[in-house]
Design a protein around this ligand. Sequence first.
Ligand code: NAD
Length: 356
Amino acid sequence: MVPALKDFVYTASPARVIFGVGSLAQLPREIELLGARRALVLCTPEQTGEAERVAAAIGAHAAGIFARAVMHVPIETAQEARQMARKLGADCAVAVGGGSTTGLGKAIALDSGLPVLAIPTTYAGSEMTPIYGLTEGGLKRTGKDMRVLPRTVIYDPNLTLRLPISLTVTSGINAIAHAAEGLYAQDGNPIMELIAEEGIRAMAAALPVLKREPTDIEARSQALYAAWLCGTVLGNVGMALHHKLCHTLGGSFNLPHAEVHTVVLPHVIAYNARSTPSAMGRLSRALRSETPAAALYDLGRDNGAPYSLRDLGMQQIDLDRAADIAVSNPYWNPRQVTRDGIRDVLQHAWEGTRPE
Ligand code: NAD
């Protein structure tokens, strides 16, 4: 029997993608194509060396470096970077780094409309989304605005060769989480399903190779390609229980972003499995396993990632409060989200049990 095709709306995002080993060399031309002449380079303090190399490659069109990007974009940091951009007369922001640095570029774009050129060095996928986050008074507010979607993205696998293997694995599973939830999104469409399945397949194949050989350039290329695909899914369709739960845990209990995604994902997939047979079919194909929740758990654990919230430092006593917060704002999920259901998911994730 031919499966029924549901009605859908598909809007392509306008970002231009330059992909390839050594593609960083195309940066000066890409800045010119944006019509820009004064680029402010953004990075975290740890990636200052990378940003200096990028600024040197840009040459006369580099206006300066702002090297103070940090996790979750505190409003104070965003304001300092916006001020520096204004003072230097910058007409574009070049974000070299992971989701934190891209997020800072987005904060500048939100305020000024400056185009962002992203050069991702993790697999978080923020460069493919119009979603921004800003933290004020300890509270992270997220929003959606097309002005913050990077206009050009350069994916150069060379820049990921030194990504520590622990972050490689957790960031890779963070990417898989976007695609996995995209497979059962309420506003999903068949194009995103194709992209999601291919993204999961490529990432799941690359991570074990990278665990053995972190500088394998073919595997680095596959992982970055997968990150692009998974980020595209995140940018195009709505997420559900997994992302809401990780947002709660990261924001309210200050747990690390990619690690939380890695620990929680298998348990949410197990929770949603019976309500999403078609998504589970695609996940099974991508992971080459009849039990996708267990396969995701193994992918993390077997490659050295943390697999329990306990290991991430969460206290068992906080699980009730986390469940309360997670059900306080209703949202769509393929299976009804109940307080008891979430509490169970959290208990499994805290203990680190292998789902069926
Ligand atoms: P990150 O950007 O915070 O980077 C983590 C650390 O790794 C930093 O110290 C960074 O300098 C370092 N690093 C990054 N790439 C490296 C490399 N190649 N080699 C060596 N060190 C490297 O981590 P992340 O997981 O990429 O991003 C997490 C943040 O991004 C969170 O705040 C999350 O909410 C946000 N995010 C936003 C979106 C969105 O669509 N808005 C999507 C995904 C993530």
